[in-house]
Write a protein that binds this ligand. Structure first.
Ligand code: UD1
Length: 413
């Protein structure tokens, strides 16, 4: 449980870790090359530990030393992702692409729904089928097979992050050229492509809607540093937005957060890039505005709980529209318990800012929603107790310690 009291103004410097959503995929991509790959700037979080366990189950040796993770990949990888690990972490599905690419077979538990609701993987499978893979599903497992993965043009129906990643990781060892159209453009995709290129792959266009991959015969293990976590950076931006103050976020990449920073600017937050991060100054009270989530470079769905938390104490009325995950408004019922004035209608929420929230016991429904409740607690009179804080630990390295270092009144209870 995390205990938060009204705090602010915040001041000081905080450093963000490497991106969870990149590190997990790079760990999976390591499967593509036998030998030892070493990742630096890896966040020390539960999801990374679990991905390490999954790789060990496949025969790898995974060693965590601070922010460095080394992965020794054997020649004979066991191509199976069992239910108990996939169920714990849905992102495990990204082993499908590398296993097919390297071994031509995989047996992966079908991921269930999760906190955002129904989350299909049809686009992953359809795209891989176009490269020649066949799938059967039995007893809750997807069994994938292919004799020779062969390059093809794949047009994604939606720029899915996970589908783009699985296709990218499968196609680097395919025969011939693969073109992924309507690809996701998130910075974590570009990070994955530069990791793969470092291994010897030939990937062009990652970060744009058209990614072209020339298949190669083999890849080699490498050392690589994970890109900064833009969602963690957004968490500290929201914290200072809510509590007021002036902070520096080291390691944050302004160029990966353009749209969010533009919106925060309209809310009254001043942000300017420094040599190695962002300097941020927040006004006494934020101004409300409307925000819609969209695939990158739009405002990310992962930022949405933080935007809702900020608007709940901003001056005026704001409408937030969630376009990526229909079920992702789990912060709201908890914020209502804290005295927020929010009304949800389908995938829209109308938020009338209140002067102050009122501390209450709440529950973290998932990683980002949990972190947003922690941050909301900074503007709540009295004490906010955030239960189920293990969700937050899945995605944040030392959120409590880092907020405390900025002067927040926060501790584990
Ligand atoms: C990743 C991120 C998550 C982020 C999301 C969108 C990780 C571990 N997670 O999730 O934090 O919020 O990107 O930026 O990196 N969809 C389908 N069929 C598919 C695949 C997706 O219908 O085969 C739908 C999803 O239900 C969702 C939308 O497409 O509505 C976007 O999902 P996607 O981009 O694939 O998200 P993830 O990769 O799962």
């Amino acid at each position: 449980m995390v205990r938060v009291r009204r705090s602010g103004p915040l001041e000081g410097t905080v450093r963000v870790s490497g991106a969870k959503n990149s590190a997990l995929k790079l760990m999976a991509a390591a499967l593509l090359a036998p030998g030892r790959s070493v990742l630096h700037n890896v966040p020390r979080i539960a999801d990374v530990t679990w991905m390490g366990e999954l790789l060990e189950r496949m025969g790898c040796t995974v060693v965590h030393e601070g922010a460095t993770v080394s992965i020794d990949v054997p020649v004979d990888v066991v191509p199976e992702a069992p239910y108990e690990l996939v169920e714990r972490m849905r992102a495990s599905i990204v082993v499908l692409g590398p296993l097919l690419g390297r071994l031509g077979e995989a047996r992966v538990s079908v991921p269930g729904g999760d906190d955002f609701g129904h989350r299909p993987i049809d686009m992953h499978l359809k795209g891989l089928e176009e490269l020649g893979a066949t799938f059967t599903t039995s007893h809750g497992y997807i069994e994938a097979r292919v004799d020779v993965l062969t390059g093809a043009r794949v047009l994604l129906e939606f720029p899915s992050v996970g589908a783009t990643e699985n296709l990218l990781m499968a196609s680097v060892l395919a025969k011939g050229t693969t073109v992924i159209d309507n690809a996701a453009r998130e910075p974590e995709i570009a990070d994955l492509a530069s990791f793969l290129n470092r291994m010897g792959a030939v990937v062009a266009g990652a970060g744009t809607s058209t990614i072209t991959v020339e298949g190669v015969e083999r890849l080699d293990p490498v050392d690589y540093t994970v890109v900064a976590d833009r969602i963690e950076a957004a968490t500290y931006l929201a914290a200072v937005g809510i509590a007021g103050g002036e902070i520096t976020i080291e390691g944050a990449r302004a160029d990966h957060m353009d749209m969010l920073l533009a919106k925060l600017g309209e809310m009254g937050i001043r942000v300017s890039p420094t040599a190695d991060g962002l300097w941020v100054m927040a006004p006494q009270r934020l101004r409300s505005l409307d925000v819609s989530t969209l695939p990158y470079p739009g405002v990310a769905t992962d930022y949405q709980p933080f935007v809702v938390a900020m608007l709940s104490v901003a001056d005026g009325v704001g409408i937030v529209t969630e376009n990526i995950f229909g079920g992702r408004f789990r912060t709201i019922d908890e914020l209502l318990r804290m005295g927020a004035d929010i009304r949800a209608e389908g995938h829209h929420v109308v938020i009338r800012g209140v002067e102050a929230l009122s501390g209450a016991p709440v529950r973290a429904p998932d990683i980002r929603a949990g972190a947003a409740l922690v941050v909301a607690g900074l503007a709540a009179e009295g004490e906010t107790l955030v239960g189920d804080a293990h969700h937050v630990a899945r995605g944040y390295e030392d959120l409590v310690g880092r907020l405390a270092s900025l002067g927040a009144d926060i501790a584990y209870a």
